[in-house]
Design a protein around this ligand. Structure first.
Ligand code: 8YV
Length: 317
């Protein structure tokens, strides 16, 4: 394709070099995420931008969307689209695409690993060994998960995949979802509070955004109680993070395992030396295979759009 004919895209999120390299073959990229002077970049190229590459953590707000007069499409390299103002985009007739399905299994795998790791104190045990403490004593006992009650907040793609895995580990499964789900073999709760009060492990797998902000409140954590564990592989915003820090530190819940935080890439430093919480840097979909599949969906959606064809995985609000 001749140089000037390539559509121009604005990159607004952290993006792996392999995806940038693939995109560069078909598009002229302008990296707002890495730009030292964002205003200068927007002033220079804003009028020519036809597409945005967004991510789960960084996406365009209404102001940015409305600043790009030639914007035609936003492709998010994520299943979650809470970082992008989809309503503002759609109001301008700009579709948003995301990457559902291809990451479900990896996210559910990490969730299941956390459900075992937190009660069994696996990360804590490993720190114990590495600190050279084994010759002086033994690790305190953990808790087994067989027969324990698992409450799933949001029985969507990830929640359902997690439930299948949890069945194999003998957990007793229930869920709470605002969308009624028929034909599930699992116990249905009519409120999150009721589910938390009846669960040993509360698993967060609903979508992020304003509708779920701080849904897992101090009250919900207290209902989960001192024998309960919280696992979150969805979005940090769904949990009241200050309440979680307090509940973990004061042992008002037994422990937690979280891959997501309110203000990523920042995790609460006051938890860095606390044993009863596992924290990972948003790695649930971070496998080579899944990131390749997500990138392929991004590329396919952009290609379809610029060829005037229907999109493969548009976000439907
Ligand atoms: C990614 C995610 O880590 O897909 C999502 O919604 O949160 C993760 O898969 C990230 O958002 C990549 O952009």
């Amino acid at each position: 394709m001749a140089g000037g004919a390539k559509p121009e895209l604005l990159v607004v999120c952290h993006t792996a070099p392999f995806l940038l390299a693939d995109l560069e073959k078909e598009y002229t990229l302008h990296n707002l995420f890495l730009a030292e002077d964002r205003e200068a970049l927007l002033a220079e190229v804003g009028d020519r931008i036809r597409g945005i590459l967004a991510g789960g953590m960084q996406g365009p707000d209404a102001a940015l969307i409305n600043r790009l007069p030639k914007l035609e499409i936003i492709a998010s390299n994520s299943v979650g689209f809470d970082a992008t103002d989809v309503a503002a985009a759609n109001a301008r007739g700009v579709p948003v695409t995301h990457t559902p399905d291809v990451l479900t299994d990896d996210v559910a795998d990490l969730g299941m690993a956390f459900i075992i790791m937190a009660p069994r104190r696996i990360a804590e045990s490993e720190r114990f060994l590495r600190a050279g403490k084994w010759p002086q004593g033994r690790m305190d006992l953990g808790t087994n998960v067989r027969g324990k009650k698992l409450g799933i907040l949001g029985l969507g793609r990830v929640g359902s995949a997690l439930a299948k895995r949890a069945q194999g580990f003998g957990l007793d499964i229930g869920f709470y979802d605002i969308v009624p789900k028929n034909d599930t073999p699992y116990r249905v709760y009519s409120s999150l509070l009721e589910m938390a009060a009846n669960s040993d492990i509360l698993f967060v797998s609903c979508q992020g955004g304003e509708s779920t902000r701080k849904l897992v409140s101090a009250e919900v954590l207290d209902a989960l109680g001192p024998k309960g564990f919280l696992v979150n592989v969805a979005r940090g915003t769904i949990v009241d993070q200050d309440a979680l820090v307090a509940a973990v530190c004061e042992k008002r819940i037994a422990g937690a395992a979280v891959d997501v935080f309110e203000d990523e890439p920042n995790a609460p430093e006051e938890l860095f030396a606390v044993e009863n919480i596992i924290m990972t840097p948003h790695i649930a979909s971070s496998t080579g295979e899944t990131r390749r599949a997500m990138a392929d969906l991004v590329l396919e959606n952009l290609r379809l759009h610029f060829a005037g064809k229907p999109l493969k995985t548009p976000v439907r609000l």
